[in-house]
Design a protein around this ligand. Structure first.
Ligand code: SAM
Length: 289
């Protein structure tokens, strides 16, 4: 997670005027919000690396997982990178929203050329049963926290366990830390022209309810406010471990991102039984049937 900063405008007014004159339309009007999302918050190579490594730690390095089920798959960028590993790597992607599935088919699955049939996209609720058992089933970018009732999350975890192959794992990601429960914004430059803003709009300590949003600001001064909005319950690691165990998983491992000397995330995740009490942490949770 990035260091928190207050929202400030980085717009150079002369450059903004020049950019507007040149293009006619504003940069916000010309932007594609799915493309912005993918470049700002996703790192599919790292996710795939982690998923394969976590599976091999459990089932051995002589083999590798072949079939992925990506829940809340959005544009199926992760499923695409999974399939790009080789022709015997297949994926099911599940998402309710036909727009992002369509966008993902045109922009991501198309990278697979003739092998697009390696990936099946399903416009369904994540609790849908699919015929193919998964070696790895995952729910990334915290989307599973949309299930705000404990009983709903338990049902989802139970269905995830049932859907795994004999040598399967279920992987979630989580964020937390002292800043995760603050109503605040943090911003990050994703290119010279684009600033990504993560907005923790509200947090209710009693329920864990949080509303979050993603905004984008552009060098010409234009903005996309609320490009994406989320209503979640911010679960804690011990709650998640308890619910996964109640759903029948025999072991639950937490991998926290490590920090470099400047306090920046390294992109390397290591197993831990304690975690670290810091401002912001990111973790993968690996559940073993
Ligand atoms: C934050 S996006 C996640 C995109 C991608 N997985 C990632 O890693 O960034 C959340 C997605 O969850 C989908 N979604 C929300 N509730 C869902 C449900 N009950 N079943 C299936 N998809 C759902 C939304 O349509 C949206 O595309």
């Amino acid at each position: 997670m990035q260091t928190a900063k207050k929202k400030t405008s980085k717009v150079d007014p002369r450059r903004a005027r020049r950019l507007r004159r040149r293009n006619g339309a504003t940069m916000a009007e010309l932007a594609d919000r799915y493309e912005l999302y993918q470049m700002s918050v996703q790192d599919p190579e790292q996710d795939v690396r982690f998923l394969v490594q976590a599976w091999q730690e459990i089932y051995g390095e002589d083999d590798e997982p072949h079939h992925l089920r990506e829940d809340f798959c959005g544009t199926a960028l992760l499923a695409t990178h999974w399939a790009l590993r080789g022709p015997d790597c297949t994926a099911d992607g599940v998402d309710l929203d036909p727009d992002c599935l369509d966008w993902g088919t045109r922009h991501n699955l198309s990278q697979l050329g003739d092998d697009q049939q390696q990936i099946q996209l399903h416009q369904e609720d994540i609790r849908v049963e699919l015929p193919r058992k998964a070696d790895v089933r995952c729910a990334q970018n915290f989307s599973w926290q949309i299930l705000q009732d404990r009983s709903e999350l338990l049902d989802y975890f139970r269905s995830a366990r049932e859907s795994l192959s004999e040598r399967g794992i279920f992987v979630l990601d989580m964020f937390g830390g002292s800043e995760a429960v603050e109503e605040m914004q943090e911003e990050r430059e994703v290119s010279d022209d684009i600033t990504y803003i993560w907005d923790q709009v509200c947090f209710h300590p009693v329920t864990g309810h949080t509303d979050c949003a993603i905004h984008f600001q552009f060098a010409d001064g234009s903005e996309i406010e609320n490009a994406f909005t989320y209503t979640w319950r911010l679960y804690t690691p011990p709650e998640v471990r308890d619910i996964l165990q109640e759903a029948g998983f025999s072991e639950v491992r937490f991998y926290f991102e490590t920090f470099d000397d400047d306090g920046d995330g390294t992109g390397i995740f290591e197993p831990t039984e304690t975690g670290e009490a810091c401002e912001g942490w990111l973790a993968y949770v690996v559940a073993i049937p």
